[in-house]
Design a protein around this ligand. Sequence first.
Ligand SMILES: N[C@@H](CCC[C@H](N)C(=O)O)C(=O)O
Length: 325
Amino acid sequence: MQIDVIKGHGSGNDFLLIDEISNIYSFSEEDRANLAKVLCNRDSELGADGILFIMNSNHADGRMRVFNADGSEASMCGNGLRLVARYICELKGLNEAVIETMKAILKVRKQEDIYPQVHTYQVEISPVLFELKALPLNLNKPTLFNERIKELSEELRFTALAVPNPHLISIVETELLENNIQKELSEKVNGPNDLFPDGVNVSFVKLLEKGSIYVRTFERGVGFTNACGTAMSASSLVTCLTQSNDYEKVINVYNNGGKVQCIVHKLDDTYTIDLIGNATYLYRASIQLNLSEATYYVSSTSNFAEQEIYEKLQADAQEMIKQTL
Ligand SMILES: N[C@@H](CCC[C@H](N)C(=O)O)C(=O)O
């Protein structure tokens, strides 16, 4: 069969967008998982961190389903939602929209460019849940805020939250970004395990200066990615809870793929986060696919001329990381 995809990225977290609004593909659930495994394979022609299926919704302007590179489905994807926001807004001629995700209907809107000529979208990250059963995390306590998990590390402190995909966040010093600790501990908990039956995304966060943080994430179902939007949002919230940053103020979040901005809102005990950043298209591709044999080839591509401009944002972000990390 032939399918058309757009490859795009948010902060270098790259995805294949498949439009099931304009095309009738009729994928089974098994097909979706297999598509993710086959097309996202980095040794194949396309390769990506995941697939974003863009679908019609009965309750919203569109619906997003996210599959990680290993074929697992995630409840949410912040960087991916910016790409889907752009796709749906452009398809339907909107400046703002609501998009159905697995666990919530979320507001998205086109934003002022975060960097000259870089397509920029703002997406809502919500609901935010601290109850350990929401991740789930099997510890004998209701929540985990800046505390040790003895099974994982004697030294590090963690906060666990679901936004609503599961995240484990640790605020660290630079030395801890320079060794293998994050990879080693992430590999223990990334996939299903006794502590996190559904696995977890693991982020190390370094405070750079007031209003600026650096976040690196080992993602469930993928491994280290250039950036993870939900992780950067969750990390921003954790730095507000620890009083290193302020609610309602822009937090610049640097990552290995560039930079986004987060604004954390607190209303009584309810938190929501605005995630603002690029939604960059790389190219459009037509694929000839043989799913039963798990093979495909790309029959044609056409480039969007957006990456060169994005790389200026990325170079500025890398300079900031180099100077402050
Ligand atoms: N990179 C995404 C998150 C994708 C899902 C994640 N790997 C999970 O399994 O929860 C983002 O930008 O939020």
